[in-house]
Design a protein around this ligand. Structure first.
Ligand SMILES: [Zn+2]
Length: 215
């Protein structure tokens, strides 16, 4: 079996998302891109995450062709492939339907930067890609386009996609986006929500990149 450790990691993170209530039922999908082969390990379509075995994870190439595995891959495999093709720095993707992020997505509105982590970790406001039918090439294209160089993007009337240099980071970014969405919604209800200005967001992001890692 190809990429056994990567397959196990995909299952671990999918279950974490389920336990953290970022996805209901079998919704959402998760993947890892292997650095040496560029092959993608992606969750199968419509299977319960708690029952997954590494052999249920499907290995596809960057075009979505099945390389290894007997299951039908997630219907959003093209979306994962499209993002990996556009972003050489991305090696993990978490697509969730978390409640607060999806609420913003259902208004077609970006999650504003009201907490610094949205600027430092996600690289700015989480923009909303216009609605396209789930599982289509059109959705894959619009999502990969609207992600730009940021680490999360909303899918109108659908959910959230977060990326990272590995799947743990992508998952953490999905959590940051959900928290940012929740706080922004409550802040709006309190009234006179203050958004961190774009220039300050850029400075915060730059300082994070420069200051990252051990000196
Ligand atoms: Zn979805």
């Amino acid at each position: 079996m190809l990429l056994v450790e990567e397959r196990k990691k995909v299952i671990e993170v999918a279950n974490r998302a389920k336990n953290d209530r970022l996805i209901p039922l079998t919704m959402g999908n998760f993947s890892i891109r292997d650095k040496s082969t560029n092959y993608i390990c992606v969750t199968p379509s419509g299977m319960e995450y708690s029952k997954l075995d590494p052999s249920d994870i499907v290995v596809v190439d960057l075009e979505g062709n099945i390389i290894d595995g007997t299951r039908k891959p997630s219907i959003e495999t093209f979306m994962h492939c499209a993002v990996y093709r556009k972003r050489n720095d991305v090696f993990g993707i978490a697509h969730t339907h978390s409640t607060f992020a999806t609420a913003w997505a259902s208004c077609g509105k970006a999650i504003p930067v009201v907490v610094a982590e949205v600027a430092t970790l996600l690289a700015g406001a989480v923009e909303c890609a216009p609605y396209q039918r789930p599982g289509t090439v059109e959705l894959a294209e619009t999502v990969s386009e609207h992600l730009k160089d940021r680490n999360a993007v909303l899918l109108e009337n659908h959910g959230l996609l977060a990326v990272g240099s590995n799947l743990d980071t992508a998952y953490a970014n999905a959590v940051v986006a959900e928290e940012g969405a929740k706080i922004a919604m409550y802040a709006m209800q309190i009234g006179a929500m203050k958004v961190i200005p774009e220039e300050e967001c850029k400075v915060l992001r730059r300082k994070t990149i420069e200051g990252y890692g051990q000196k």
